[in-house]
Ligand binder design. Sequence first.
Ligand SMILES: Cc1ncc(COP(=O)(O)O)c(C=O)c1O
Length: 442
Amino acid sequence: MTLAITKTTSTAVPAVVGADLRVPLVTGERVTYANLDHAASAPCLQEVRDAVDELLPWYASVHRGAGFASQVSTRVYEQARDRIRKFVGAHASDTVVFTRNTTDSLNLLARSVPRGTAVVLFDSEHHAALLPWRGPNVQRIPAPSSSGAAVVALDRALAAAPVGPRLVIVTGASNVTGELWPVAELAKVARRHGARIALDAAQLAPHRPLNVRELGVDYVAFSGHKIYAPFGAGVLVGRADWLQQAQPYLVGGGATAKVTDHGDRLGVAWSAVPERHEAGSPNVVGVHALAAACEILSRHWEQTVAHEQELLTRLRDGLRTVPGFRELSILTDADKVGVVSFTISGFDAGFLAAALSAEYGIGVRDGAFCAHVIVGRLVKAGAHEDRAVRASIGLGTTAEHVDRLVAALRTLVTEGPKWTYTQRDGRWVPEDDSRTLPPFLA
Ligand SMILES: Cc1ncc(COP(=O)(O)O)c(C=O)c1O
């Protein structure tokens, strides 16, 4: 009773749904969408959609039904834990808790650490990793400028941390710069100081193989929608003890072994992990999609990394020819996944993003990318606006998308826009925008 995903022998990168999507321009033309916003949410893989289609007829309640379809859905849900475990190289004793996304996973971890745990992190983290940890026990290390400096800074911070449980939070790849953090080295330092380490792999998991045993990390969190499985599931994998001792993050059905009525109060025996932290009806479609995406990527790492690195080089080389271009960087010596954030002197990031969409059919992200602290610092360092543009590459990206972005920016900078834009509610929008929404929204 397994739902095996179709295996391919192709050497091409896995195909995404929507690769031929046509979008309207303000001029009335239609063009193929150039999605350069994979770091925000990646398109669904075709094979993930196939896996979901395969499951849907069998879709039924998980853990709750005697019916055959319920048993199938329950099996799919529980098998997904093993598939994820394999993807991250988890220890046999690690627990796999399904969540909504990385934010949910990291908030769960934050609520599960023993009281008084000293937490150490870099202030360049995404808000999902930064905000759950606030208060007197948290040390925020100013973002270092190199991988070596990161290791030294963590060593110093941990040497100064109070005695007791300690936890380091680190990202695998920055969502601002795409730079890869020296996770294995940081984990060694953490271990030397008796600290645990949690890896925010939201941006790493879609781009590079990840093995918690090789990296030496205790926890890893990532999101389905960033790894080509946009069906609302995420995951936290790691050591079970703190999670087992913690009060459930959400309370309700599924998290309880037994509830008893004592008149003036309810007695509750909570389930063991992972169900303890999975109250409510589980998202079996989401976790099946997530597990399928993990397996598909695992079979294509070589092609995926080569595809992305080739396009990344093309993108950076092209962007360097745009007058006024400046790329944001934290760890100046680090390798990158396909994420480039930049400013263009004299141009507001929001305006550029609006014009790229309206006139060229290109999707990029603008703003501070849920990392206000570091983006504010990096952007201000060059005395530009306090927002940036981010172009991010993934399996749906083609050389034409990259070339179109570079050419569009060069034209916008040297000749200006061909349309008129205005600011509405703090966002740049084209005036007289007659682009129509797809029929299913009409
Ligand atoms: C590095 C990083 N961590 C965490 C998150 C949060 O992920 P999610 O929004 O899926 O919870 C993101 C999302 O952009 C991210 O890039």
